[in-house]
Design a protein around this ligand. Structure first.
Ligand code: NAD
Length: 420
């Protein structure tokens, strides 16, 4: 993958971003210090009984970054490269993501250092349940609400919900989101990130000088987020999806691909490549293709100082987290390319997680149409706020999104005051 960033500590990056926005907002030293520190961190080393009969000790983390605006929210990932600083950075970004779409939440993140591909299902379940038991004192519907992330899914959330409920003596569905529907999951959660991204693109199209009907779209990473965004843009808004890709390569069709049919092809063959009637393209070509809208929906650090100049899209919608390095951002700003930053463009997922929690705690569930209508309102309002700040301050959308988010967190901290 193109990556001209060095292996830098993600929490240092997160803190640098805070400083940049703090400068723009004219924040003083004390409040900056608060913003640059996670409120609460748990490191837990815990034993798990393995299939071979012996025990193994795993290390897990939960970082509750900021809770000024409400309970903290954020996923739990299982990955060999999980580190405390990575979890801190991800928890900070969750704080800003929840704030930019104005959810009554703070931000958190968690993880276990492990390779789930090398564990049996029983081992993953026992590891999950023991970790959940260690988290019981610091999570809960009014405290901190985990969700799925890398290599965790609705089954993982079901185990956490069950373990927490056993400790409390009654069912507590609102302790996690991303649950199966049978346990209080929400309609529309599965497609929320891609759908939210499509709504933000719809709102941004006009100001970017685009007519969405007939606009051409390229998607790097035809997975959950990317395929849903492509399908909605094509089926509901009349855009023309001309190129999509996955790890194995990409496909191009000048008069438009049918995203649903490409999804079925990927489901059958394991990749979008070889889709009948399409031409092969590389992932690099996808990023540089002559389209109106580019959706990076795969990995971080894809748009770099090396390829930024070659990007021809008028709108870049970051369904993925962190696909653009700062140098590329600057190039896009100078070229007047509209960047819809990740904390806004992919916030549909956490928004419907919030809806799931709201439904769980009131024990009253909404239809898919209600979920999508409310999601539309959140994404539309959030885009409008970010766009207004970008215009007013003459900054790019990413800075504007951070300004909106951090200002909201600062307001909450200052209005509450510092205890005691
Ligand atoms: P996914 O695994 O469903 O899809 C990722 C897709 O990207 C896959 O099709 C994969 O083949 C492809 N891919 C991987 N490496 C690639 C490469 N080098 N070039 C081209 N394609 C490549 O994952 P997802 O849930 O859709 O997440 C994608 C991105 O969106 C991630 O950055 C994730 O953090 C972000 N995101 C997802 C959600 C969500 O709710 N799913 C929410 C917020 C952010």
């Amino acid at each position: 993958m193109p990556n001209d960033g060095e292996a830098i500590n993600p929490f240092e990056t997160a803190k640098r971003q805070i400083d940049i926005v703090a400068d723009l907002l004219g924040l003083r030293g004390g409040i900056r210090e608060i913003l640059k520190h996670p409120k609460r961190e748990l490191t837990v080393n815990f034993p798990v009984r393995m299939d071979h009969g012996d025990y193994r000790v795993f290390t897990g983390y939960r970082v509750q970054y900021n809770m000024a605006r409400g309970p903290s929210k954020g996923g739990i990932r299982y990955h060999p490269q999980v580190s405390l600083d990575e979890v801190r950075a991800l928890a900070a970004w969750m704080t800003w993501k929840c704030a930019v779409v104005n959810l009554p939440y703070g931000g958190a993140k968690g993880g276990i250092i492990c390779d789930p591909k090398k564990l049996s299902k029983g081992e993953v379940e026992r590891m999950t349940r023991r970790f959940a038991a260690e988290l019981v004192p610091i999570i809960g519907p009014e405290v901190d609400i985990p969700a799925p992330d890398v290599y965790t899914d609705s089954q993982t959330m079901a185990w956490i919900m069950d373990t927490y409920s056993m400790a409390k003596g009654h069912s507590v569905p609102g302790v996690v989101t991303g649950k199966p529907l049978s346990l209080g999951g929400s309609e529309g959660r599965g497609e929320a990130t891609g759908r939210g991204c499509a709504y933000v693109i719809r709102e941004a199209a006009g100001p970017a000088g685009l007519k969405l009907k007939g606009a051409t779209v390229a998607v790097q990473g035809f997975g959950n987020a990317g395929s849903v965004a492509a399908t909605i843009l094509s089926e509901e808004f009349g855009a023309k999806v001309v190129a999509v890709s996955d790890t194995k390569g990409g496909v191009f069709k000048a008069d438009g691909l049918n995203p649903k049919a490409v999804g079925e092809h990927k489901h059958k063959t394991g990749s979008v490549t070889g889709f009948p009637g399409s031409k092969p393209v590389s992932n690099e070509e996808i990023l540089e293709s002559k389209v109106d809208i580019l959706i990076p929906a795969a990995l971080e650090n894809q748009l770099t100082r090396k390829n930024a100049d070659k990007v021809q899209a008028k709108v870049i919608a970051e369904a993925a987290n962190g696909p653009t390095v700062p140098e590329a951002d600057q190039v896009f700003f100078e070229k007047k390319i509209t960047v819809l930053p990740d904390i806004l463009a992919n916030a549909g997922g956490v928004t419907v997680s919030y809806f799931e929690w709201a439904q769980d705690i009131q024990g009253y569930y909404w239809s898919l149409a209600e979920v999508n209508q409310r999601l539309d309102r959140v994404m539309t309002d959030s885009y409008a706020r970010v766009h207004a700040v970008a215009e007013e301050r003459k900054v790019h959308n990413r800075s504007a999104a951070y300004i909106v988010a951090i200002q909201r967190v600062v307001d909450a901290i200052q209005t509450r005051g510092i205890y005691p």
